[in-house]
Design a binder for this molecule. Structure first.
Ligand code: PLP
Length: 371
């Protein structure tokens, strides 16, 4: 028999999303392809893991209460607003599983994080893309999004956006949420990259979830505590949204270690995140100046802590290959489709490591000058 004849139509022809963060594949290189806290995980981390390691003989608390209480304290929201996820990736999948079916339409900018479209298409939904324009520095025109929400069930917004790094100010995000609510459209807001941005509290919409019926915000511990190897994320949203998603989610989605580590990190290690955000803000400005001077890529000061840079006269894959020879990994952005095959993305790290990246760009510029 041919199992393909039994598969759901939406599964046939699906392509898996492509991601950066492939540093583990290479020996002895500096990985700028993923956007993580450059100080690494807090030093208390292994202690937190040990505290929970003796408790693995029981199933974990299915409601993740310890972790969710810490989230409530951190954001000053109610338990009814909070759902835990095995990484925010689980919630990116659960949202369309809860709300979308074949024939539904969703609206999202392009380029943006590939998992949203993947999760929606898996449910048979149609993804309508709003192209971000190079003439507008790839910034989202909220007015245009509002013009296009009619007929959609959900709008996706990533703030800061992966891969562009651009930030939409809170006032504009809330205007979009309000217009979506009027039109009975759900708003999926990804703030997983926000905590590492200096001044993020003035941009976040987490505290607004009870003011609207249609807002769902995802957050993650992956980026701010540099721990992609553990899957810990969460969502904060309107109570009815959270209730519906909780009823559909996987049982025991977070293990005992993840629940405990997540709670301890949120309660005790916020200084670690703030220190990185401050340092990266000033490093971003310095890097922009030094890298732009080499002429290999464009490098305007980023809104956030990573660069999305157009390569001058080269494809992103060529720049990636040349930089790898210089022991530095940047992300080739070809997976976002044309014209982004001429872009690379790279993170801001500590000053010493940023110097390695700058030197690699200089060396590439010199080599090109000799050709
Ligand atoms: C914008 C964005 N959202 C969500 C995720 C998922 O992260 P996690 O599942 O580790 O929370 C990523 C990972 O790269 C991301 O870049």
């Amino acid at each position: 028999m041919d199992p393909r004849r039994l598969a759901r139509k939406a599964v046939l022809g699906l392509e898996r999303p492509v991601h950066g963060g492939l540093g583990w594949k290479y020996e002895g290189i500096e990985d700028f392809s993923s956007n993580l806290n450059p100080y690494g995980p807090p030093e208390e981390m292994s202690g937190f893991i040990s505290e929970a390691a003796s408790k693995l003989a029981h199933y974990p608390d299915d409601s993740s209460e310890e972790f969710r209480s810490a989230i409530c304290e951190h954001h000053d929201v109610d338990m009814a607003n909070v759902i835990a996820g095995a990484g925010s990736a689980e919630l990116i999948r659960l949202f369309p599983e809860t709300f979308l079916e074949a024939g539904d339409m969703v609206l999202m900018p392009r380029p943006t994080f590939s998992e949203y479209a993947f999760g929606c298409r898996l449910q048979g939904a149609t993804v309508v893309e709003m192209p971000l324009e190079e003439e507008n520095d790839l910034r989202l025109d909220i007015g245009k999004v509002i013009e296009n929400i009619g007929g959609c069930k959900a709008v996706y917004l990533c703030n800061p956006n992966n891969p562009t790094g651009n930030i939409v100010p809170r006032k504009e995000v809330l205007e979009l949420v309000r217009e979506c609510e009027r039109a009975s459209v759900l708003m999926f807001l990804d703030e997983t990259l926000l905590e590492l941005v200096k001044g993020s509290k003035d941009i976040s919409c987490v505290k607004e979830v009870d003011s609207f019926s249609n807002l769902f915000v995802i957050r993650s511990l992956t980026k701010c505590f540099a721990m992609p190897g553990m899957r810990i994320g969460y969502g904060v949203g309107g109570r009815d949204i959270v209730k519906l998603m909780s009823s559909a989610r996987l049982s025991w989605n977070l293990g005992k270690i993840e629940q405990h580590v997540g709670a301890r990190l949120l309660r005790d290690c916020q200084g670690h995140v703030a220190k990185a955000a401050d340092m990266m803000a000033s490093e971003g400005t310095r890097m922009s100046r030094e890298i732009a001077r080499t002429g290999v890529v464009e490098a305007r000061v980023p809104d956030s802590f990573f660069f999305f840079s157009r390569c001058n006269g080269m494809k992103g894959s060529d720049v990636q290959g040349e930089m790898l020879e210089r022991k530095v990994l940047v992300r080739d952005c070809a997976s976002f489709g044309a014209p982004f095959d001429s872009y690379v993305r790279f993170a801001v790290k500590t000053p010493e490591r940023n110097d390695m990246l700058i030197s690699a760009f200089r060396s590439l510029a010199e080599a090109r000058g000799r050709d």
